[in-house]
Ligand binder design. Structure first.
Ligand code: CA
Length: 240
């Protein structure tokens, strides 16, 4: 297994409120995209990423991955929520969280998601989005009330329907997938998706995916910046 990660402020924001982190030994990776005034977004994303990694690896040999990843996201939620009530300047902060665990035997992987950061998998040159966005427009699309084209330009596309730390409780999605040798996973914040559609992401991964992963991560971020860089951009790439 190899991985690379990169987070970038983009070209129009003053701060980077995204966070990414990895625990290679435990096969755990996470991307968080924070929100909230003043320093809140940055605090929320870094806290959630840290707590998620810490909690997910506890009892790795005795508890199933689905249970541990759900617990880790729930505990990240609790810590961010409590901190936002301890410090008035952080009130209202929250963050997305998308996490990946690669099983030790390289037979299966698990993905946990809250919010609109995404996990994709490139397998045999085909890119597939594994997570559903917890966003207003994505729910409208899934309900057949809006087309994907309408959603991509909607002024409501910033509204997320689930976040870590915004409320006392959270409901993470957890999914399992079987691994094939050569699978390439991408975790990313919406700053990438705003600038690059799935086709463009697949092209970069297919062109650069066989070279060093860090080169590929840099290429994704560079292209998103070339196309506007209107938001913070974060990518984590994991190849098995
Ligand atoms: Ca963002």
């Amino acid at each position: 297994m190899e991985y690379a990660m990169l987070t970038d402020v983009g070209r129009s924001r003053g701060h980077n409120e995204d966070a990414c982190a990895a625990d290679e030994m435990a096969g755990l990776f996470v991307v968080c995209d924070g929100m909230g005034g003043a320093a809140g977004g940055e605090v929320a994303s870094h806290m959630a990423a840290r707590v998620f990694l810490e909690k997910a690896r506890i009892e790795r040999d005795t508890r199933p991955a689905r249970w541990r990843l759900e617990r880790a996201a729930i505990e990240a939620n609790s810590e961010v929520f409590l901190e936002s009530h301890r410090d008035m300047s952080l009130r209202g902060m929250g963050t997305t969280l998308v996490g990946l665990e690669i099983g030790r035997d390289l037979q299966e992987a698990w993905v946990v998601n809250v919010g609109d950061s995404r996990c994709y998998r490139l397998r045999q040159a085909v890119l597939e989005q594994l997570t559903n966005d917890h966003s207003f427009v994505d729910e409208q699309v899934r309900a057949g009330l809006m087309t994907e084209d309408e959603a991509s330009v909607s002024h409501l596309r910033n509204i997320i329907t689930r976040a870590v730390g915004s409320h006392g409780e959270v409901q993470p999605d957890v999914m399992r997938c079987e691994l094939m040798q050569g699978d390439l996973f991408l975790l990313c914040s919406d700053g990438l998706i705003r600038e690059l559609d799935d086709e463009a992401i697949a092209r970069v991964l297919n062109e650069g995916g066989h070279s060093e992963l860090q080169v590929c991560a840099d290429a994704l971020v560079d292209l998103a910046n070339e196309r506007g860089g209107c938001d913070n951009i974060t990518v984590v790439l994991v190849r098995v």
